[in-house]
Ligand binder design. Structure first.
Ligand SMILES: N[C@@H](CCC(=O)N[C@@H](CS)C(=O)NCC(=O)O)C(=O)O
Length: 199
């Protein structure tokens, strides 16, 4: 059977798909590490007409959107990552979509300003706004993790992977997690997994 193909450099959201593939223990090909060349490749436009990464091909299936790819990989290949009940599947979708809609944009605003914006273009007001916007969702996450190792209970699942992959930017952004210790410990627990670190 042909290997799963994963497109996108490790510095992009492809990192979360690579993490998922490693957790699943599947053999995969990592392609498109040069974003510029990938964008100019008409074959890639057929895989992701948005011209963005990550993208994935598994047999006849071509997919874009990092969360969709990870949900697919975990369901198909990640026995230990995928929950046993429909209710827990719903919780997986909840935390994955919540991460994308409630957390990702604010974290990205801060990370882009810190690392990719020239000094004369920096926007401290936008950064302060993004930090303020994160306060409520971080408390929600912290409360959800009280007394729990992972989002769904005792086991690391794709819910943790998808959300921790987004929350990893909180480390880069040096977000103060004082007062959200349960979330901070959970994040450290998730990011200490060998598969996150590329092993
Ligand atoms: N919602 C998409 C976002 C994809 C995305 O914006 N990818 C960035 C890299 S992390 C990209 O390809 N940017 C290049 C561009 O916008 O031209 C996902 O999660 O896959």
């Amino acid at each position: 059977m042909a290997k799963v193909k994963i497109y996108g450099p490790v510095q992009s959201r492809a990192a979360r798909v690579l993490w998922c593939a490693r957790e699943c223990g599947i053999e995969f090909e990592h392609l498109g590490t040069d974003s510029k060349a990938l964008k100019a490749d008409p074959d890639f436009a057929r895989i992701n007409p948005n011209g963005k990464v990550p993208a994935m091909v598994d047999g006849d299936l071509a997919l874009f959107e990092s969360m969709a790819i990870n949900l697919y990989l975990a369901h198909k290949y990640g026995e230990a990552l995928w929950p046993a009940t429909v209710e827990d599947e719903a919780r997986v979708y909840q935390w994955s979509f919540w991460g994308m809609t409630e957390v990702e944009k604010s974290l990205l605003t801060i990370v882009i300003d810190m690392f990719m914006t020239p000094p004369d273009k920096k926007n401290p007001q936008a950064v302060e706004g993004a930090k303020a916007a994160l306060a409520a969702p971080l408390k929600v996450l912290n409360d959800a993790l009280k007394g729990k190792q992972y989002l769904l209970g005792d086991n690391f699942t794709i819910a943790d992977l998808n959300l921790a992959a987004i929350m990893a930017w909180a480390k880069l952004a040096k977000i103060d997690m004082t007062g959200n210790g349960d979330a901070a410990n959970w994040l450290d627990r998730c990011l200490s997994r060998p598969a996150f670190r590329g092993k």
